[in-house]
Ligand binder design. Structure first.
Ligand SMILES: N[C@@H](CCC(=O)N[C@@H](CS)C(=O)NCC(=O)O)C(=O)O
Length: 228
């Protein structure tokens, strides 16, 4: 069996996808956390985009890009299948995983927005994306019904941001019109692979990261904290 090392960061939502897939399949692996604010030289030398996650296979080949890493795990590791067998369904799942990445970009735009106008524009954009996703959901409990899939692994870290946002910000209203999504989000939050994909101090770490952005969101957090 190959040895697998996942080069990771505490807060990275893309790392979480791979961690969730590894946990769902019960694959033994090593997790190596790095500081993205002070990237080690060995990391710069092997990471073409300077980003986590990386999957190092047998201390040799280095895979980058979370979606590619998840596909590799799907193709090589035993355990439950996380992609549909049907090519059309599989392609559809890949597209929604890409949509999860686009949603993460909008979230990054939200927490980095320098002013209220930018912040509100990103919140509206997120609500629009979640409305699309609501339209793609079936009866649940997971994206594709009874079976957990890589789409679930991709959206669980998207939804996790909102657990912190809801604790420290005025309501964003992103899920107000999406009841199926709210149910899916709850189901994912309770899944052991999702719960254990981050350390226990993740909410405090994320709050500290958001507070330090110097963005509109940071000032909203400060205002909420002062009012509490
Ligand atoms: N498309 C990449 C995105 C990965 C990514 O953005 N990773 C961030 C952390 S969440 C990173 O390593 N950023 C470091 C940098 O850009 O310097 C993937 O899916 O793996």
């Amino acid at each position: 069996m190959s040895s697998l090392r996942l080069v990771s960061h505490h807060l990275c939502p893309y790392v979480q996808r791979a961690v969730i897939a590894l946990a769902e399949k019960g694959v033994p692996h090593e997790r190596q956390l790095i500081d993205l604010a002070a990237k080690p030289d060995w990391f710069r030398a092997v990471s073409p985009l300077g980003k986590v996650p990386l999957l190092v296979v047998d201390d040799g080949a280095v895979l980058f890009e979370s979606a590619v890493i998840c596909e590799y795990l799907e193709e090589t590791q035993p355990g439950p299948r996380l992609h549909p067998g049907d090519p059309l369904e599989r392609a559809r799942h890949r597209a929604w995983i890409e949509f999860a990445s686009a949603s993460l970009n909008t979230i990054a735009g939200l927490y980095a927005a320098p002013d209220a106008a930018g912040y509100e524009a990103r919140a509206t954009e997120l609500a629009g994306k979640m409305a699309w996703l609501e339209g793609a959901l079936g009866a649940g409990p997971y994206f594709a019904g009874e079976r957990f899939s890589l789409v679930d692994a991709a959206f669980a870290p998207v939804f996790r941001y909102f657990d912190t946002f809801e604790a420290v910000l005025p309501p964003l209203g992103v899920f107000d019109a999406t009841p199926r999504l709210r149910a899916w989000r709850q189901t994912l939050a309770a899944r052991p692979s999702v719960r254990t994909a981050v350390t226990e101090d993740y909410p405090e770490r994320l709050a500290a990261f958001l507070r330090a952005r110097g963005s509109h969101l940071s000032s909203l957090m400060a205002r909420e904290a002062a009012a509490a």
